[in-house]
Design a protein around this ligand. Structure first.
Ligand SMILES: NC(=O)c1ccc[n+]([C@@H]2O[C@H](COP(=O)([O-])OP(=O)(O)OC[C@H]3O[C@@H](n4cnc5c(N)ncnc54)[C@H](OP(=O)(O)O)[C@@H]3O)[C@@H](O)[C@H]2O)c1
Length: 333
């Protein structure tokens, strides 16, 4: 009998969840009722946001319950259907959790994947929330103009690499911030950053100043912490800052303290804005169409880091927070 191989959250983590906070188990696949369909999953997504979903600190979604399959985005194929809008053979992506088979009534589906010429796994990365995040976070919040300088943290990652490339497509000059030599080379050679800086150095603020003597017009902030503290010392007049992620913070309780940036924002007349991709749910379509066309045209490239099987999932969030991923981290189910 086919069973649902799933990965449940078995104990509550504080900070980044580790492999032993999860358990891999097999469960029966429920019988379909009218209005439901069954999805056989191809890939699970590993996202930094999952750290917050596993914790019980206040967040924009309630915590995953202990004993429930870990919440995650996933992509798979409809293999049985009693729903008029979902046919066997269609590929769907949505919040299906770490399940190898999931029953859905359509409410947790983000979209049907129509780009049949491209890998379905892209629906979790550059043609998923990462790509859409890069697209709207950059174009709506930062709004870069040709000739302006855009700086991006986690520049080699799934979101960051797309931000850097979209900024170039829009005519901006790009500066990427990442950790290792290997990722710096990736940023330069694959993602076309004009300048790349490692944050693992004594004078990050000085290096940023040298890369952009007139200051940064746009900052796409994926990390918060000391990287952002350094960028805030080098803002151009009228800078726009998109607060997209806080990857450098391993815990939000207590709220970390750092330099107060009010004076720098005031002097630069800068705009600092939080961004959440879920607010753009009604506008995913145009962004995905634009991103897919840029991939087909060879103007947008991506990297995927594929882990093998359910047993690899429990340690994957920690891998991401240790910077061990090389591109969009996914599990092939
Ligand atoms: N607001 C939204 O709607 C939204 C949606 C999607 C993603 N995001 C955010 O976008 C960011 C990137 O997500 P992603 O999925 O593309 O992940 P990613 O960049 O592919 O992977 C995460 C990266 O974070 C970096 N990192 C980890 N710990 C760090 C630390 N202590 N200091 C600095 N950097 C650290 C590592 O890169 P390095 O090797 O370069 O350090 C790691 O590879 C995350 O902050 C995520 O929360 C936000």
């Amino acid at each position: 009998m086919t069973t649902n191989r799933r990965v449940i959250l078995s104990s509550r983590s504080k900070g980044v969840p580790q492999a032993d906070h999860f358990t891999v188990e097999d469960a029966a696949i429920p019988t379909l009722s009218t209005g439901q369909f069954l999805i056989k999953m191809s890939y699970w997504s590993i996202d930094p946001a999952m750290r917050g979903w596993a914790n019980d600190a206040p967040n924009y979604l309630p915590p995953v319950e202990i004993g429930a399959a870990m919440r995650s985005f996933a992509v798979g194929e409809v293999v049985d259907s009693k729903h008029p809008d979902y046919a066997v053979g269609e590929v769907v992506t949505g919040m299906f959790g770490w399940n190898s088979y999931a029953v859905s009534d359509g409410s947790n589906v983000d979209r049907k994947v129509a780009e049949t010429d491209l890998s379905p796994s892209l629906a979790l990365g550059v043609l998923g929330l990462n790509g859409v995040t890069a697209y709207y976070g950059l174009l709506d919040v930062c709004d870069p103009k040709p000739g302006e300088t855009v700086v991006v943290s986690t520049a080699a990652g799934s979101v960051g690499s797309a931000v850097g490339q979209i900024a170039k497509i829009k005519g901006a000059r790009t500066v990427g911030i990442t950790s290792s030599e290997e990722k710096m080379a990736l940023c330069r050679d694959e993602f076309g950053y004009d300048e790349v800086i490692s944050y693992r150095q004594d004078d990050l603020a000085g290096a940023l100043k040298a890369a952009a003597p007139d200051g940064f017009d746009c900052y796409f902030d994926n990390t918060c912490g000391e990287i952002s503290d350094a960028v805030f010392t080098n803002l151009a007049l009228g800078a726009r800052i998109c607060i997209c992620g806080t990857a450098s913070l391993t815990d939000w309780d207590p709220i970390p303290v750092g330099p107060r940036v009010h004076r720098q924002l005031l002097v630069a007349r800068a705009r600092l804005q939080g961004f959440l991709v879920l607010d753009y749910r009604d506008r995913y379509g145009p962004a995905i169409a634009a991103l897919a066309n840029w991939i087909r045209d060879g103007r947008l490239t991506y990297q995927e880091h594929v882990l093998d099987g359910a047993e690899a999932a429990p340690g994957a969030i920690d891998l991401l927070y240790r910077g061990g991923n090389r591109g969009k981290l996914i599990v092939v189910v």
